[in-house]
Design a protein around this ligand. Structure first.
Ligand SMILES: Nc1ncnc2c1ncn2[C@@H]1O[C@H](COP(=O)(O)OP(=O)(O)OP(=O)(O)O)[C@@H](O)[C@H]1O
Length: 352
């Protein structure tokens, strides 16, 4: 378990000082994956460095399993760092060492005997599914394989906390999914507490139990992933929705952007909305996913000749929220297929 209590990091002094992290609080339990997201410059890297104790917080604390690591003297800090394994964006492997030899590094630094190192490395390399690549050099590994080596290395000292700092950034979607699946499996098998820092919302949807959004050094919103995805009023929930492209509506129809607001939206909701309104409803685009067992996502509909209030009421009946005239909001429309992007989440254009 890790908790951050009023964690603050200020660089510089006096008039030139910059507070990069401002009184952050959160707690992540064993077996939980907590994602921290936010735009460039929000303070994500600084947060990662404070969590893995490469930087000391200016005030506040980082507490792991009841012990305040941030206030330890330098000597004890070195030992405390072993409780937190870090996976970085690029696996940053030593090019002249094989996969196994890279994983062995932290054990060698600690003076573990060669026999124990061999056994532990063998176990780790199997755990990350890289047995056949044990003796390959980094240049012989794909990006995903190198990242698996990085994960195994981060686990070498049996940490309680795994910190992933943009660990999937730069990987293609399939490789990202396989690394995400591996991390989920590891947290279950090893009861790890995972702090997953990323700017990729698609990855957050795949991996997180809970999410916090960092902006200008402050946590502006946090919650369980499922709650956020079903909360139409949540800017973070909207930013987490999959991006959607949609076709143009007929001339006599209004374009509606509709989001799932409830865990109980019926599968045939479009048909039901059409029957209740007694008008044709055309599906122009949709992106729906099952996250933690509930359907979530959004759809763009063309709805002919119905009042906005009537549409809203019928949508609400099925656990949905709607915004009319999505095409006008986005400044697109007319084209056969147009990106909705910021129109769906105007406050979060460019949001990470
Ligand atoms: N050593 C430092 N001294 C002064 N300011 C710093 C220092 N390190 C970071 N900052 C500032 O802190 C802010 C947050 O930086 P940080 O790298 O943590 O953000 P980030 O969210 O990781 O951004 P990105 O996603 O672009 O990497 C930035 O404005 C940066 O200029």
């Amino acid at each position: 378990m890790i908790s951050l209590n009023e964690l603050t990091k200020t660089y510089g002094r006096g008039a030139d000082s910059v507070t990069v992290l401002d009184r952050l609080n959160f707690e992540v339990g064993a077996g939980e994956i907590f994602a921290v997201t936010g735009p460039s410059g929000a303070g994500k890297s600084t947060l990662a460095q404070c969590i893995n104790l490469l930087e000391r917080p200016t005030s506040g604390s980082v507490v792991v399993n009841g012990e305040d690591l941030s206030s330890l003297p330098e000597k004890r800090l070195r030992a405390a760092r072993r409780r937190i394994g870090t996976v970085f964006q690029s696996a940053s492997l030593l090019s002249r060492r094989t996969a196994s030899e890279n994983i062995a590094l932290p054990l060698e630094y600690l003076g573990v005997t060669p026999g124990e190192i061999r056994a532990r490395v063998g176990e780790l390399i199997d755990r990350v599914g890289l047995g056949p690549k044990a003796h390959s050099y980094p240049f012989q590994l794909s990006g995903g394989q190198a990242q698996r080596v990085g994960i195994a290395r981060a686990l070498a000292l049996r940490p309680a906390i795994l910190l992933a700092d943009e660990a999937t950034s730069g990987l293609d979607p399939d490789t990202t999914s396989s690394v995400v699946e591996l991390l989920k499996q590891l947290r279950t098998d090893l009861d790890l507490t995972v702090v997953f820092i990323t700017h990729e919302m698609d990855t957050v949807r795949q991996i997180a139990d809970s999410v916090a959004r960092l902006e200008r050094g402050r946590i502006v919103e946090t919650g369980a992933l499922v709650d956020l995805l079903t909360d139409h009023g949540s800017p973070l929930g909207r930013a987490l929705q999959p991006r959607l492209r949609f076709a143009a509506a007929d001339d006599d129809a209004a374009t509606w952007y509709v989001t799932y607001d409830s865990a109980d939206v019926p599968g045939d909701w479009i048909q039901r909305v059409s029957v209740d309104l007694a008008v044709p409803v055309h599906l122009l685009g949709a992106s729906v996913e099952t996250v933690h067992g509930i359907n979530t996502g959004s759809a763009t509909l063309g709805i002919a000749a119905a009042s906005d209030d009537a549409v809203r009421a019928v949508l609400a009946k099925y656990g949905l929220s709607g915004t009319p005239d999505a095409s006008r909001e986005t400044g697109v429309g007319g084209a056969p297929v147009s990106p909705v992007r910021s129109g769906a989440v105007p406050a979060l254009e460019g949001a990470a």
